[in-house]
Write a protein that binds this ligand. Structure first.
Ligand code: SF4
Length: 473
């Protein structure tokens, strides 16, 4: 496999010699990128209709959010899924027998522009497997971005992944061409990394992260002096952590995230529930992805990033896991009933933000609305407070909601009643999975063989297999 990669990259003949055509490459390389959770995939397929504007496409187009809150659709793709590393949790590991492909830089730049012109996407989310070494992959990614920004004058959003172990010069070069950068931390502990990703090291991941942080700081000073100075990754840096592939606890994960926010100035940590794609005996097998755990970690992460909580307030070594039945803010409030009830007509903003059911917006609205008069439970409902959770922890005009008692067992029973009564129990289906840009048979079919071919065209012939029109190159 390695020899083939080398030959193909050096001859630039990815599109001809390996027999992989452009649509097949797109199918393989968007499918290989779908496990990266640093943005969320769309799950909707909807054609345009008479009298209506717009349409929606399947996963592979992912979404990110601009600083002004706009949702941006991105083409989420790998430069190549050839990889010389053998990370056991990754579908693209060199020991895995999957169809492989790679884009030439000009091919991917052209494709991005054609998609952009057709209004499929507004930007690009680009990552890559490790070719010969991290720098070789980074150089090719830089080339794609140089073509987009230079030749095509593309001014849209680009999120690029720096490859762990790459040189700081290439980090700077890539950051000057993209809006957001990320380096995936992947596993929450050094021990897990040693066992499951032997080609990677903690230092190889943290070094580019530190380089991004330092260049961002330096760039901020330059921009303060020269407003026309080029911007380095103006949307900052992010990372992704896989959840449930190793025995690492929620407590370890949250403490690591808190450290990353504080020391590396990260904008976001993305949590990705492990999808069993590995055969290593150390990895969980035949288990559904821990989506609820991922969801609870996102909730706890919000508390740390936006609500002023510390990881140590949410979990501890003695209580290392988040409760699947309760969101982390309710869990914290139940453990600190001495701080409640809070009188909403008097409490400071920081205190309101600790009340379950009161979010950033509703806290602001309470502060504004109570200047005009004291608030009732009905007023709070109109303001957007989630009374279903908040009533146990607040008073309005010094009175608690009728029938509510400030007792831990009473509150716990009521807060978890809906979940326990639901026939499906928890809010995520075990069948949930990451979506592909193309219908499920498309990528396995690229492995070849009669069964593959039949799966690929659904018995209707090759032309009918792919739902999107071929891009005009
Ligand atoms: S470096 Fe590891 S995680 Fe990244 S593509 Fe290669 S095998 Fe997958």
């Amino acid at each position: 496999m390695f020899d083939k990669t080398e030959t193909l990259f050096y001859t630039g003949g990815m599109e001809g010699g390996d027999g992989v055509d452009l649509m097949d490459k797109l199918s393989i390389l968007t499918d290989s990128a779908k496990y990266d959770a640093a943005c969320t995939s769309s799950g909707v397929g909807r054609a345009g209709r008479d009298g209506m504007i717009g349409s929606a496409n399947f996963g592979g187009i992912c979404h990110s959010f601009a600083a002004d809150g706009r949702c941006i659709s991105l083409l989420k793709v790998l430069m190549t899924n050839y990889c010389v590393y053998d990370c056991q949790y990754c579908v693209n590991r060199c020991s895995n027998d999957v169809p492989r492909a790679a884009f030439a830089p000009d091919e991917l730049a052209d494709l991005t522009m054609e998609f952009y012109k057709r209004n499929y996407i507004e930007g690009l989310f680009l990552s890559s497997g490790v070719m010969r070494n991290p720098d070789a992959s980074m150089e090719r990614m830089c080339r794609v971005l140089e073509l987009l920004r230079g030749k095509y004058r593309f001014n849209g959003y680009i999120h690029a992944k720096a490859i762990p172990g790459c040189s700081p010069e290439l980090v700077t070069k890539l950051g000057m061409l993209c809006d957001r950068m990320s380096v995936n931390i992947e596993l929450p502990s050094e021990r897990s990394l040693r066992v499951l990703a032997p080609n990677k090291s903690r230092e190889g991941i943290l070094r580019p992260m530190a380089a991004i942080r330092d260049t961002l700081r330096q760039n901020k000073q330059e921009l303060a002096v020269f407003r026309s100075a080029p911007s380095f990754a103006p949307a900052g840096q992010a990372t992704q952590m896989i959840v449930g592939a190793t025995p690492d606890t929620d407590w370890q994960i949250l403490r690591l995230s808190q450290g990353l926010y504080r020391q590396y100035g990260l904008k976001r940590v993305f949590y990705s529930a492990y999808i069993p794609v590995g055969t290593n005996a150390l990895l969980p097998r035949d288990q559904p992805p821990p989506l609820l755990r991922e969801h609870r970690l996102y909730q706890a992460d919000w508390l740390i990033r936006l609500y002023g909580f510390r990881a140590e307030e949410i979990l501890s070594e003695r209580k290392p896991s988040l409760d699947p039945l309760l969101d982390p803010k309710c869990e914290w409030a139940l453990r600190h009933l001495e701080a409640f009830p809070v009188e909403v007509n008097r409490a400071e903003k920081e205190v309101l933000l600790r009340v379950p059911g009161i979010g950033l917006k509703s806290a602001e609205r309470i502060l504004t609305a109570r200047r005009a008069g004291s608030l009732t439970f009905d007023d709070l409902k109109k303001i957007g407070v989630v009374l279903r959770r908040a009533v146990y922890f607040i008073t309005c005009r010094e009175r608690m909601y009728p029938g509510v008692r400030l007792s831990p067992s009473f509150i716990y029973q009521n807060l978890t009643a809906d979940t326990r009564r639901s026939p499906r129990g928890l809010p995520f289906s075990p069948e949930a999975e990451q979506l592909s840009l193309f219908p499920p048979p498309a990528v396995p079919a690229l492995a070849g063989g009669t069964a593959g071919a039949a799966a690929r065209d659904g018995g209707r012939g090759k032309e009918a297999a792919l739902p999107w029109p071929a891009p005009v190159m």
